[in-house]
Design a protein around this ligand. Structure first.
Ligand code: MIC
Ligand code: MG
Length: 306
């Protein structure tokens, strides 16, 4: 995969729709950057997520609706260029009125994404697993969804509605909202911050469209495993911030070790090697453009593929 993806956005959207219709659970890790999307593909996952929390944290911002739709579209495009997998993005509240949600859909289509989700919070929004959320009236969110549906040009672009109502209005209201959002045209539902298996079951019984389970760590939801979620009939298992938490944990430990030990020697076994990085970048394949690009040798045991 030199420089770019080989698949078109249309092909990926189609593949994503078909995969969601398979009845098998789709495990979707959130990328931390375009390179990590490559790693998600390389390790055998079939779709990539772009988390609003990660995109904000990447800029040193909290997840309270400060990022803009053009900012996240730019990051999305950098990501979709370097993976063949479908990419689903977190479009928060749609960034304003229903007309802003409509524009957001077109920006995300143009960024090569396979779909997005919109949530029924008001701004400033917050992480779905925090207390004190405020949600829109149900009809306001239905208008947001209808605006998004009308703006969509590729019918395969997935429009997922997230409801944050469980921790605000209770389970029954959250389910009623999910149904109303499907009636407004949502293709899939993201019930946020469910607290136990019985709530997952209730959603599954009530809603016919694909359902996403958000397995974010340190939140309100138990970290149900893939087999359990598949048995519950869920379609997507989301690990939105997992890679960021792993990476930042490792970065912090590493910084402390260098500061304490005066060398990074003890950290080498935990590092991605130069050869693995080059393999991921498909460095060698760039010789097709210019044989001088990859005409060096790496130390023994450190060549891509060895
Ligand atoms: C899924 C989510 O919307 C995200 O932005 O990744 C967050 C995740 C998190 O903050 O842990 C959410 O659940 O609100
Ligand atoms: Mg989010």
């Amino acid at each position: 995969m030199v420089l770019h993806t080989r698949t078109t956005p249309a092909e990926r959207r189609r593949a994503f729709r078909e995969r969601l219709g398979s009845g098998r659970l789709l495990r979707m890790p959130g990328a931390v950057n375009p390179l990590s999307a490559r790693l998600i593909q390389d390790t055998g996952f079939e779709a990539v997520y772009l988390s609003g929390a990660v995109l904000a944290a990447d800029l040193g911002l909290p997840d309270i609706g400060l990022t803009t739709s053009t900012e996240i579209a730019a990051r999305a495009q950098q990501t979709t260029r370097v993976t063949d997998l479908p990419v689903l993005i977190d479009a928060d509240t749609g960034f304003g009125e229903p007309m802003n949600a409509a524009r957001t859909v077109q920006l995300m289509e143009d960024a090569g994404l396979a779909g997005l989700h919109l949530e029924d919070q008001v701004n400033p929004k917050r992480c779905g697993h925090l207390d004190g959320k405020t949600i829109t009236p149900r009809e306001e969110m239905a208008r947001r969804i209808r605006g998004a549906v009308d703006a969509r040009r590729d019918p395969d672009f997935l429009l997922m509605a997230r409801t944050d109502a469980r921790s605000v209005e209770g389970l029954d209201a959250a389910i009623a909202r999910a149904k109303a959002y499907v009636d407004a045209g949502a293709d899939a539902i993201f019930p946020e911050a469910l607290t136990d298996v019985s709530e997952y079951e209730a959603f599954r019984q009530a809603v016919d469209v694909p359902l996403l389970a958000n397995l974010t760590e340190f939140g309100k939801t138990p970290l149900l495993d893939a087999a359990t979620l598949e048995n519950l009939g869920y379609d997507i298992a989301l690990y939105p911030v997992t890679l960021l938490r792993l990476a930042m944990g490792a970065v912090e430990d590493g910084l402390r070790a260098i500061a304490a030990e005066g060398t990074q020697e003890s950290l080498l076994p935990r590092m991605q090697t130069r050869s693995r990085l080059y393999e991921l970048l498909d460095y060698e394949a760039y010789s097709a453009f210019d044989s001088a690009v990859f005409d060096f040798t790496l130390p023994p045991g450190n060549r891509p593929g060895t």
